[in-house]
Design a protein around this ligand. Structure first.
Ligand code: PLP
Length: 438
């Protein structure tokens, strides 16, 4: 038995199967840049990036050093008990990078789901209203409220009852629901449906605290919301005193070539949620928002023992510094162009590739039989991802039907590794598709 097999055996004996294994029996011992090494010493090209966490690469030296130095000084005190500099410094940095209007404030938490939970609590306190609108295909985390807002039933089976006052809208997915309409006509139709919903739908506008939207749906299949839709949504929210929450947990921190994906649409939300690549591997998240909205939450109603722990703050500050120094927003644009061009070419050669889409370096490829959006080629994608892993490229999938291949490689990946990984992916998909056709 290899060391990897032995580790998996030990895992299966003590870790419940509910803690899913989304990339087969992959093991990991160490990481550097865009490469991982498994416990048997085999090197991998990482296209998963810890599910979008390591945009700045694995174990950057300056990040590791900042964590070590902070750990030697102060591990914990709790922000509710004693104010420490790394918490404040990180909030200052986030205010600088992510201004939400004239005055911005930030609270730090431990994860993306916690950021979402707190954003909703803040929105409810700020508006005095209960309802939250979310979208089909949304993913907002695995806490009870996060799951209530999430849309994939496989993540929720027998976990309810779920939180009340949550209403679901169709996500503006032109590929799936465009029905031959131009993008402009499609967006108009979707925004009109939204407005009409205040009359004919479940709740009137004055009942709604917030709309939460992923600017680019992540787990839902790497689907960017059209910028015209986001601008229309901003207007509807303003007309009705509804707060707009952008969930940037997966799309933020350079993934799309900007600090925030919403910048592409030229909008500013009232609140936004962050985690993943903000910490570069440290368990940290944030709610960023307009100061007037953030200050509506009463003292004691938000926070927690560990949120914004000194060590994770030090790691996040150093991680953001790496992103700035290496201009990873610019690098994301070029990684995105390379991946998109390769996927477009693949689409010409392989008729299971139905859609290539994304923003910046958040690019996905949806596979459907005969390119029919209603016939997801789940099995082809599953086989292709497994073949990639056999060849040392760690690839993960997305979408409610698991028929989307998504690329979340660290942005520090070399052109050479990117190209080699894409070669493997291309071969694997063409092979899996032709076997399915035979
Ligand atoms: C958009 C979005 N929101 C929230 C979450 C939940 O984040 P976490 O797993 O850190 O709780 C995720 C995780 O994938 C996500 O993609």
């Amino acid at each position: 038995m290899s060391q990897g097999q032995d580790l998996i055996r030990r895992r299966l004996a003590v870790v419940p199967r509910g803690v899913g294994m989304f990339a087969g029996e992959t093991t990991v011992a160490s990481g550097k840049g865009a490469r991982l090494t498994d416990v048997d010493g085999r090197e991998w090209i990482d296209f998963a990036g810890g599910i979008g966490v390591v945009n700045a690469g694995h174990c950057d030296e300056t990040v590791v050093r900042a964590i070590q130095e902070q750990a030697a000084k102060l591990l914990h005190t709790c922000i509710h008990i004693g104010t420490y500099e790394p918490y404040v410094a990180l909030c200052e940095k986030l205010v600088e990078l992510l201004p939400h209007g004239d005055a911005t404030k930030v609270m730090l938490v431990n994860s993306g789901a916690e950021a979402v939970e707190n954003a909703v609590k803040i929105a409810r306190q700020a508006t005095g209203r209960p309802a939250v609108f979310t979208y089909d295909g949304a993913f907002h985390g695995r806490t009870l409220l996060g799951m209530s807002l999430t849309s994939k039933s496989g993540y929720k089976r027998n976990c309810g009852p779920f939180a009340p006052e949550i209403y679901r809208l169709p996500f503006p997915n032109h590929f799936k629901h465009g029905g031959g309409l131009s993008m402009g006509a499609f967006v108009d139709r979707e925004l009109n449906r939204f407005r009409e919903g205040f009359i004919s739908g479940p709740v009137p506008a004055e009942h709604v605290a917030a709309v939460i939207i992923e600017v680019v749906q992540g787990e839902g299949g790497f689907i960017p919301a059209p910028p015209e839709y986001l601008r229309g949504l901003r207007e509807i929210c303003d007309e009705h005193g509804i707060l707009l929450i952008c969930d940037e947990v997966q799309s933020g921190f350079c993934r799309t070539g900007r600090w925030a994906a919403y910048e592409h649409a030229g909008i500013v939300p009232d609140l936004s949620t962050w985690a993943k690549s903000m910490g570069g591997g440290m368990p940290i998240g944030a709610v960023v928002g307009k100061a007037s909205v953030m200050d509506a939450a009463e003292p004691g109603t938000i926070g927690g023992t560990y949120g914004g722990n000194p060590v994770v703050c030090a790691g996040a500050i150093a991680n953001i510094a790496v992103m700035e120094k290496q201009d990873l927003n610019r690098r994301a644009a070029s990684v995105g162009e390379i991946v998109r061009a390769r996927f477009e070419k693949l689409r010409e050669r392989c008729d299971v590739v139905a859609d290539v889409r994304g923003l910046g370096a958040m690019i996905g490829l949806e596979c459907c039989y005969d390119r029919d959006p209603s016939r997801p080629a789940t099995e082809v994608v599953k086989i292709a991802a497994a073949r990639c892993r056999e060849e040392g490229v760690l690839v993960i999938t997305a979408g409610p039907f698991g028929n989307v291949i998504r690329v979340l490689s660290p942005l520090v990946i070399s052109d050479d590794d990117l190209s080699r990984g894409l070669d493997v992916l291309e071969r694997a998909l063409i092979g899996a598709a032709s076997e399915a056709a035979a």
